[in-house]
Design a protein around this ligand. Structure first.
Ligand SMILES: [Zn+2]
Ligand SMILES: [Zn+2]
Length: 250
């Protein structure tokens, strides 16, 4: 083969292999499809595919249509979805994505977010993400929520819709270490609208990694709504299961 033909062949081979280059989110073994889990680890994943709250999308066990939060408290987002329940393997894979430099996990997770967007036929004019404070961003060097949003847009060919809209103006204690009430108070006044952004009359898709009490998503949605967003729908990789008391469990 001539040099050119070899090059063309190489390119074709890497095109074919590209979608298969996935590692299991649980054990790191190669997986040869885009599910992100090997056959053994997939059994340890809690998919959020049973009954869910009709507003915030958390897994529900009982007869109710809404979770305790949504039944009694005002939410600023219109709807939220998450493909996974925040526990076990998924929780670890999200923590790895955040703290252990495993940004590659975002690519796998974004496929699940894209799947939900297509399944639910979500309509949106802007794709945005939950911001980090400048101080945290400097320390971690990347925002996993932004990575998810970038990968999501790339998968669905919506790069033009990605926008920075919300800024986190101060550092807050890590949400996971706080009780529900503390989490909500922790974030009050921590976000503001990004100067020059425009969401007036627009439908906004807000992406984040985890929704536990929903406080982060709610605060961001509040900012977006107060600047004229017509609708805010949140997509998070995982959400806590209703009735699990993280305060005692974690
Ligand atoms: Zn595995
Ligand atoms: Zn709910």
């Amino acid at each position: 083969m001539t040099g050119k033909r070899i090059e063309a062949f190489r390119r074709r081979a890497s095109d074919v292999l590209a979608p298969m280059r996935f590692r299991c989110l649980g054990c790191g073994a190669d997986v040869f499809d885009d599910t992100g889990f090997c056959p053994r680890c997939v059994q340890r994943v809690t998919f959020n595919n049973g009954k869910t709250c009709k507003r915030c999308g958390v897994a529900l066990d009982g007869e109710e249509d809404y979770c305790g939060n949504c039944a009694f408290e005002k939410t600023y987002f219109d709807r939220a979805y998450s493909p996974f329940v925040y526990d076990g393997l998924i929780r670890q894979a999200i923590l790895d994505m955040k703290f252990n430099n495993l940004g590659a996990n975002a690519r796998v997770f974004a496929r699940y977010l894209a799947y939900i967007a297509v399944r639910e036929q979500l309509q949106y004019d802007v794709v945005t993400y939950a911001p980090m404070s400048a101080k945290s961003l400097k320390k971690r060097r990347y925002n996993q929520a932004r990575l998810l949003a970038e990968e999501f847009c790339a998968i669905l060919d919506k790069d033009a819709l990605l926008a920075d809209t919300v800024v986190k103006i101060r550092d807050t204690a890590p949400q996971e270490q706080l009780s529900g009430k503390e989490r909500r108070q922790n974030l009050v006044g921590s976000y503001r609208f990004r100067q020059g952004a425009d969401v007036k009359g627009k439908r906004v898709l807000l992406i984040d990694d985890v929704k536990t009490t929903g406080a982060t998503v709610n605060e961001c949605a509040k900012v977006l709504k107060s600047h004229g967003a017509a609708e805010v729908v949140a997509l998070t990789v995982a959400s806590r299961k209703e009735h699990i008391d993280f305060e005692n469990k974690e």
